[in-house]
Design a protein around this ligand. Structure first.
Ligand SMILES: *Cc1c(COP(=O)(O)O)cnc(C)c1O
Length: 406
């Protein structure tokens, strides 16, 4: 609404010289349209129970050791001797060292000053753009998490797309004839759940090093990878430290979507240390760090007990994914994801469009998912289901599908 008003005002010349690039952001009607359709349906069919398998947010609570750590850190803040004011902008050493150790478990050696604690991946995926000039060309996969496109549109950068489709298993590879300076990648992917293997990632790393491009690697779902041969970090690929910045988060790993904590890795080998220095300068100027309390909670995620507890939660989501995936397989519905990701990406049966299939599921089995077309043009004809629901609801949804598809 505000956005629409702004546009009218632009046209009347009634606002100051604001960032006109905002005119180019396409309004995302995806989730508001879903909500509207669901509301209308439940209004007309008050007796029907709707199951939401469209959510991109976790539902299991924080694990016990994390809650204990948050409480005890809060107590410390109330005592003069242990009270903390401003912390280091790049995060407390105790947490950066945990992240460093975490990377070592998958054979990635990082210096702790290459790790910057953040309030989540989304902010830094946009903030990092402060380091790059506006005339860079940005390459983003299609379909994709909308943040990459919108942040660059706001900054007025030229965006080109790498087609992800059925033919390439939704894992596009670099095209030597295309020149890109900034490349966004997300593996395991949201929305498709597709995961790059090391050989495929190596192609991107080689392309970036050769073309002097930087890869912005979103590893928010790395914790869902169970196959040890699949890379959980781009730095598992040789040559990545001279071309890649990695963003990760405790949001999906440990249920921190509302608690807010993540990290960004800027290797010192990137541009001979220039980008690491620039990022530190940027953060010390515009960011005052994540709260001590939250960082203590985050530290507990990496304790032995924390790791055990979050693994139980991740397994719960994965078992949900398996229930959905097995049902689709049984009924010959093409799909990927679910195995190393909370997302299942399916091809709408009978050549239905994404929105036709949305209506079809809502009307016949009262299941709500996310139309693939909302993530980019290549998402048309596809549909995303998530495993973040409760077991009970997931099982109920699967039972309804089984009965309906039989
Ligand atoms: C959920 C998600 C994130 C995590 O964002 P936070 O800001 O850390 O909560 C990052 N990237 C993708 C693609 C996501 O889906």
């Amino acid at each position: 609404m505000l956005y629409l008003n702004l546009l009218t005002w632009f046209k009347r010349g009634m606002v100051m010289n604001v960032n006109k690039n905002y005119e180019n952001i396409s309004d995302s009607y995806l989730f508001s349209t879903i909500a509207k359709k669901v509301n209308e349906y439940s209004h007309a069919n008050p007796d029907k129970q709707i199951i939401k398998l469209g959510i991109g947010d976790v539902t299991l609570p924080l694990c016990g050791v994390v809650v204990e750590a948050l409480k005890s850190a809060s107590d410390q803040m109330g005592v003069k001797e242990t009270f903390r004011g401003y912390g280091p902008e790049q995060g407390y050493d105790f947490l950066r060292q945990e992240v460093q150790k975490y990377y070592k478990t998958h054979d990635v050696a990082l210096d702790s000053d290459e790790i910057f604690i953040s309030d989540g991946a989304k902010s830094d995926l946009g903030n990092i753009l402060d380091l790059f000039s506006q005339d860079n060309t940005v390459l983003v996969p299609d379909p994709v998490y909308p943040v990459y496109v919108d942040t660059n549109t706001m900054a007025g950068r030229k965006i080109i797309y790498a087609d992800a489709n059925e033919a390439n298993d939704f894992l596009p590879l670099p095209d030597e004839s295309i020149k890109a300076d900034i490349i966004y990648m997300c593996s395991p992917n949201n929305p498709t759940g597709a995961v790059y293997n090391k050989e495929q990632l190596k192609k991107w790393v080689d392309y970036a090093n050769k073309n002097h491009a930087v890869i912005l690697f979103d590893s928010a779902y790395e914790c869902f990878i169970t196959d040890a041969s699949l890379p959980r970090s781009i730095y598992e690929v040789e040559g990545a430290k001279t071309c890649a910045i990695e963003f990760c988060s405790l949001s999906k790993m440990a249920g921190f979507t509302g608690t807010r904590c993540g990290w960004t890795v800027v290797p010192k080998n990137l541009e001979n240390g220039l980008l690491n220095k620039m990022w530190l300068r940027r953060q010390t100027t515009k960011f005052n760090g994540v709260s001590y309390i939250v960082q203590k909670g985050a530290q507990a995620v990496f304790s032995a007990e924390g790791q055990k507890e979050i693994q139980q939660n991740l397994n719960y989501y994965k078992e949900n994914a398996k229930l959905i995936s097995d049902c689709l397989t049984k009924h010959n519905i093409w799909h990927i994801g679910g195995k190393h990701s909370p997302y299942i990406w399916l091809k709408c049966p009978n050549n239905m469009t994404s929105w036709e299939f949305f209506d079809y599921l809502l009307e016949n089995v009262q299941i709500v998912g996310t139309p693939g077309s909302g993530f980019g043009k290549n998402g048309e004809g596809f549909f995303r289901l998530t495993s973040f629901g409760s077991r009970e609801n997931t099982q109920k949804a699967v039972d309804r599908l089984e009965n309906f598809l039989e």
